[in-house]
Design a protein around this ligand. Structure first.
Ligand code: HXC
Length: 257
């Protein structure tokens, strides 16, 4: 399928989805949302894809939701169209996702990055939820996911003042897993994605599901959920392959089933 605002490439078992609205710093209008969701859901259904990387340009991962598109809308427009709820489907993908963030990741851009499973940043990345400066608040989960990622103190300051964080602060705060030089970001993200895609696909899905469960439930319920999945992996052939390969001192070849 061809898209107007994103580029989709495949290499081996990984896919790269690139936001491509340079004239608007990848501002997230409805077309971007619909295309990212359609493309990633198609990749999610493809058994040959084991990890999806989402990136933008060097200058901007995404400078937020499209302010010009939202500006004239009424409450009824937003409510009846359930504005931005389709983004939730990105967080519901079963295939692991990696956000490779360079430059601005503001408002909806920061929220989009936080919808991904692994968040890698370049040393030029800038994160923030500056919606308050526009007279609005985050609308794609930013007030919730940022708070879970960096804690109340920093999330509250960012959401109430619109202050942004550079990559080093974002890493210290636990928002991103790693910071790499801008020139290396994409190669590093694709390498991480290749590593994930080389694991057992069902077991990687279960690992993702287990970690994500920690955001939704109590510790006791989360541990119980993990234990059930842990028992279930012994029904996956890749468990035998992984442990046999260890015992035989060789590299495992997972069947992706
Ligand atoms: C629409 C945007 C945009 C956005 C940038 N542009 N961000 N268009 N929506 N979010 C456009 C500019 O209008 C401009 O178009 C072009 O991209 C280049 O941007 P400049 O501002 O000229 O670039 P620069 O001076 O380098 O400043 C970069 C910037 C600034 C600091 C990132 O663009 C900025 O502050 N953008 C808005 C950031 C923001 O507030 N994000 C949160 C959005 S609200 P022209 O045509 O003039 O060249 C949000 C809510 C989410 O995300 C949930 C809602 C439900």
């Amino acid at each position: 399928m061809t898209y107007g605002t994103i580029l989709v490439e495949r290499k081996d078992r990984t896919a790269l989805v690139t936001l491509n609205r340079p004239e608007a710093l990848n501002a997230l209008n409805l077309q971007v949302m619909n295309e990212v969701v359609a493309a990633t859901e198609e990749l999610d259904r493809d058994p040959d894809i084991g990890c999806i990387v989402l990136t933008g340009s060097e200058r901007a991962f995404a400078a937020g939701a499209d302010i010009k598109e939202m500006r004239p809308r009424s409450y009824m427009d937003m409510y009846l169209s359930d504005w931005f709820t389709a983004w939730d489907r990105l967080g519901a993908l079963r295939t692991p996702t990696v956000a490779a963030v360079s430059g601005y990741a503001l408002g909806g851009g920061c929220e989009l990055a936080m919808l991904c499973d692994i968040l890698l940043a370049s040393d030029t990345a800038v994160f923030g939820q500056p919606e308050i400066k526009l007279g609005v608040i985050p609308g794609i989960g930013g007030s919730q996911r940022l708070t879970r990622a960096v804690g109340k103190a920093k999330a509250m300051e960012l959401c109430l003042t619109g202050r942004t964080m550079d990559a080093a602060e974002a890493e210290r705060a636990g928002l991103v897993s790693r910071v790499v030089p801008a020139a290396d970001l994409l190669a590093e993200a694709l390498s991480v994605a290749g590593t994930v895609a080389g694991m057992s696909a069902p077991v990687a899905m279960m690992a993702k599901e287990a970690v994500n469960r920690s955001f939704e439930t109590t510790l006791a319920e989360g541990v119980r959920f993990e234990r059930r999945l842990f028992h279930a992996v012994f029904a996956v052939e890749d468990q035998k392959e992984g442990m046999t390969a260890f015992a035989e001192k060789r590299v495992p070849v997972f069947g992706h089933r």
